[in-house]
Ligand binder design. Structure first.
Ligand SMILES: *[C@@H]1O[C@H](CO)[C@@H](O)[C@H](O)[C@H]1NC(C)=O
Ligand SMILES: *[C@@H]1O[C@H](CO)[C@@H](O)[C@H](O)[C@H]1NC(C)=O
Ligand SMILES: *[C@@H]1O[C@H](CO)[C@@H](O)[C@H](O)[C@H]1NC(C)=O
Ligand SMILES: *[C@@H]1O[C@H](CO)[C@@H](O)[C@H](O)[C@H]1NC(C)=O
Ligand SMILES: *[C@@H]1O[C@H](CO)[C@@H](O)[C@H](O)[C@H]1NC(C)=O
Ligand SMILES: *[C@@H]1O[C@H](CO)[C@@H](O)[C@H](O)[C@H]1NC(C)=O
Ligand SMILES: *[C@@H]1O[C@H](CO)[C@@H](O)[C@H](O)[C@H]1NC(C)=O
Ligand SMILES: *[C@@H]1O[C@H](CO)[C@@H](O)[C@H](O)[C@H]1NC(C)=O
Ligand SMILES: *[C@@H]1O[C@H](CO)[C@@H](O)[C@H](O)[C@H]1NC(C)=O
Ligand SMILES: *[C@@H]1O[C@H](CO)[C@@H](O)[C@H](O)[C@H]1NC(C)=O
Length: 692
């Protein structure tokens, strides 16, 4: 009988909980989740199934991203008549009612990316047509075909920016964007477009930015969008780019043709404002020098331009690719990852404003530096990963690299650079000459006979801050190789033997150096420990891959933050005192792959504070020929080590003593037994008192 009230109580309790849970869901969905700030309602990811109805009616911006709405009903936006911006990213939208946007006279930005609008595109198109003030429309990621897209955009003449990225558009004909006279920006990237009909962009007189990246376009010929400022056709299958030969002035500023299959330098407009030209990762080369240009008229390509029943023939002289292009405003030119074997005479002269030139990963073998080639404005030149064995400098040339700041010559086959190359490079801060077989000036006394130009001279380059000479097979460094510079970054790694056991040759630049890499240079500290005390500003030091047996010394070098000592021959960690001093600045230390003695790593925990040892888990040490992880070392290990260290001798003593004693006793017995007469002889000679 007493149980009944309890059951009732429990039942009632469950009921109330259940009820509260249900109502809780309903209110959270419509109210609690949305953040309201200044006419903006942010209802992202609230698991809403419909547009909330209890938001302020004067809402201007409504964000409903990531809610499973599925349908946008006819009257769902009725309550918010002054909406200006609506975002419905990833809302599983399939249907948008005909009348949904009726009365949304102010809506100018509508984002519908990543939905399923291809499902009932006709109804959606009809709904969009009531948005006569719409300026920005995002329809990306909706599996739309060209016909669906055309229908949705029809008559939306107020549009200024449209994204149709990540859809399934395959070709564009002249009806695709009809009537979008105000369109400025069109994003068509990541579709399957393989064909664009002649008049597709006709009438888009205000179009400034067109993105066609990641499509399947095989060529662009007769490019005539004179008003366009930026064109992005990267990641297509372009073999040709040919601007219209008419003499119209183009507004083009940025052209991205990277990651295509172009064989020839693009045939650019004769008059344009081009300042950025990106041609990375194509198959381009210049070919005139490869043939005997005795009959240049044979080296032409003819393009048949077919438009309806009209066929025009354009003839292009392939050896004059760049000659007619307007490159006067070009500032940024990326020709990396191509097949350029040489640069024709006069090529760089056409670009007096060029400030960045990237020729990384080509097949250049020689480069001539002449007047205006490269142009005096050049600030960054990347010639890395070519086959350059020679740089030619026109004699008497001055000021050719006067603006240059960064010069990358890494991974070539240079043995030296022309004397005077850097003479006027007063602004140069960064030089990378890694992986060339160069030697530095001054050369050791014995080698002078090779000639004065066979070394590279970095002395007195006052502006130089960063120098990389990785893997250059440099000989032993002379004391003054970097004299007169204020280097902050120096990479000498992979030059085995460059320091001949001492870091003295770096003393010149010790006060300024911040980052120093001496990886794999064959340093050893068998006689004295390396002393970095003079390197007051050193932040980052890489000493890995050497044969150091002692921890380097850093007295006074309080800036050190990163230290790499991997792959050395260290057997012990530094004393507590050293550690404490080091830890004032040190943030990262690498210590693994050294043959530590477990009995000499006592106190490593001090270094670990606060988590300084980055590779702690992989550090091991040897304890009586066993290899133990540092972290697995038992707390009491030092005791064992003391026992090992101190008591080992005692143990030996204990082991040896009985044998010694036995031997002694045996000797005495033998002696006494057999040599008694001898004793007597001595006794008689010395007249000792007899005890017998
Ligand atoms: C919206 O209203 C139209 C009539 O104006 C109707 O044909 C359509 O089915 C409605 N759509 C929805 C999703 O309610
Ligand atoms: C688009 O506009 C034209 C003429 O202004 C009109 O004939 C056509 O019916 C309109 N199309 C739609 C879908 O509104
Ligand atoms: C061209 O589009 C691709 C893909 O979106 C992008 O990575 C690249 O940065 C664009 N190029 C320019 C010059 O903006
Ligand atoms: C170009 O001419 C030279 C001699 O003038 C000849 O040795 C060479 O084979 C020719 N090269 C080609 C590609 O015709
Ligand atoms: C063909 O050339 C004529 C005359 O130069 C020009 O008017 C016409 O637009 C061109 N047609 C095409 C398809 O390029
Ligand atoms: C091209 O075809 C149109 C009809 O499609 C015709 O009126 C015109 O005369 C044709 N032009 C030529 C040059 O054949
Ligand atoms: C060198 O750099 C400074 C500062 O960045 C700049 O003002 C100067 O014009 C540069 N000199 C040359 C020759 O470009
Ligand atoms: C020089 O080029 C190489 C290869 O392209 C690159 O790895 C390196 O970081 C560049 N050096 C500098 C200083 O930018
Ligand atoms: C390296 O140092 C040793 C002694 O410190 C010296 O005898 C030898 O000449 C040096 N080698 C070079 C190449 O400077
Ligand atoms: C420590 O152990 C490793 C692996 O067995 C061995 O190669 C190394 O020589 C040992 N070092 C010492 C100092 O015993």
């Amino acid at each position: 009988m007493e149980l009944l009230p309890l059951w009732l109580c429990l039942g009632f309790h469950f009921l109330t909980v259940g009820w509260r849970y249900c109502s809780g869901m309903a209110t959270a969905a419509s109210q609690r989740g949305c953040k309201l700030v200044d006419g903006v309602a942010d209802c992202q990811g609230q698991n809403l199934a419909s547009v909330p109805s209890n938001l302020p009616p004067h809402l201007q911006t409504l964000i409903l991203d990531a809610n499973p709405l599925k349908t946008l009903g006819n009257h769902s936006l009725q309550l918010y008549p002054v909406l200006e911006s609506l975002s419905l990213h990833s809302c599983h939208l399939e249907h948008i009612g005909w009348d949904t946007f009726l009365g949304q006279a102010r809506l100018h930005s509508l984002a519908l990316p990543d939905n399923y609008l291809s499902e009932s595109y006709r109804e959606t198109a009809a709904a969009l047509h009531s948005l006569q003030a719409l300026r920005r429309l995002d329809l990306s990621g909706n599996s739309l075909t060209e016909d669906m897209a055309a229908l949705m955009l029809q008559n939306l003449s107020s549009l200024e920016s449209v994204s149709l990225a990540r859809n399934t558009i395959m070709r564009l004909d002249d009806s695709a964007f009809k009537g979008l006279g105000h369109l400025k920006e069109l994003d068509l990237q990541r579709n399957y477009i393989f064909e664009i009909e002649g008049g597709a962009f006709e009438g888009l007189t205000k179009l400034r930015h067109l993105n066609l990246a990641y499509n399947n376009l095989p060529c662009i010929v007769d490019f005539s969008l004179t008003e366009l400022q930026s064109l992005n056709v990267s990641y297509n299958a372009l073999e040709w780019f040919l601007a219209s030969v008419e003499e119209a002035a183009f507004e083009l500023e940025t052209l991205d043709l990277s990651h295509n299959q172009l064989l020839f330098f693009p045939l650019l407009p004769q008059s344009s404002k081009l300042h950025t030209l990106l041609l990375r990762d194509n198959n381009m080369g210049f070919y005139r020098d490869l043939y005997n240009a005795s009959s240049p008229q044979e080296m032409v390509a003819q393009f048949l331009l077919v438009d309806g029943n009209v066929t025009n023939i354009t003839t292009i002289n392939l050896w004059e690719e760049f000659a007619s292009s307007d490159l006067a405003d070009l500032r940024f030119l990326d020709m990396s990852q191509n097949q350029f074997q040489y640069l024709p005479d006069g090529f760089l002269k056409k670009m007096p404003s060029l400030s960045h030139l990237n020729l990384n990963q080509n097949c250049l073998m020689t480069l001539h530096i002449r007047e205006h080639e490269p142009p005096g404005a050049l600030m960054e030149l990347d010639l890395s990963q070519n086959q350059l064995s020679e740089l030619h400098l026109t004699p008497g040339l001055t000021g050719c690299l006067r603006s240059l700041r960064s010069f990358n010559l890494s991974s070539n086959q240079l043995l030296h650079v022309p004397t005077g190359l850097f003479a006027d490079a007063n602004n140069i801060t960064t030089v990378d000459m890694s992986h060339n077989q160069i030697s530095l000036c001054p050369q050791p006394a014995g080698l002078d006979h090779v000639g004065p130009t066979s070394c590279v001279d970095f002395r007195n380059m006052a502006s130089l801050r960063s120098l990389s000479l990785k893997g250059c097979a440099l000989g032993a460094l002379q004391d003054c190789s970097f004299q007169g510079t204020a280097l902050t970054h120096l990479d000498l790694s992979g030059n085995w033997g460059i320091l001949n056991g001492s870091i003295a040759p770096l003393q010149n630049i010790a006060p300024t150096l911040q980052v120093l890499s001496l990886r794999n240079v064959g340093l050893s500290s068998s006689f004295t420990e390396l002393d970095f005390s003079g390197f007051r500003n050193l932040r980052d030091l890489d000493l890995s891959g050497n044969s150091l047996t002692h921890f380097p010394r850093f007295r006074g070098s309080l800036a050190l933050q990163t230290l790499d000592l991997r792959r050395n021959s260290l057997r012990a960690l530094p004393q507590r005192a050293v550690t404490a001093q080091l830890l004032t600045s040190l943030r990262t230390i690498y210590l693994s792959q050294n043959p530590y003695d477990c009995c000499a790593v006592e106190g490593w925990e001090a270094l670990q504070h606060p988590h300084t040892i980055t590779d702690l888990a992989t550090i091991t040490c040897n304890l009586s020929s066993k290899v133990i992880r540092l972290t697995d070392l038992p707390r009491g290990m030092p005791q064992d080590c003391k026992w090992e260290r101190v008591d080992m001798s005692l143990l030996y003593l204990v082991l040896i003593l009985p044998s010694c004693l036995t031997l002694l006793v045996a000797c005495t017995v033998i002696f006494l037994t057999f040599k008694k007469p001898l004793l007597q002889v001595i006794k008689s000679r010395c007249h000792w008192p007899s005890i017998y």
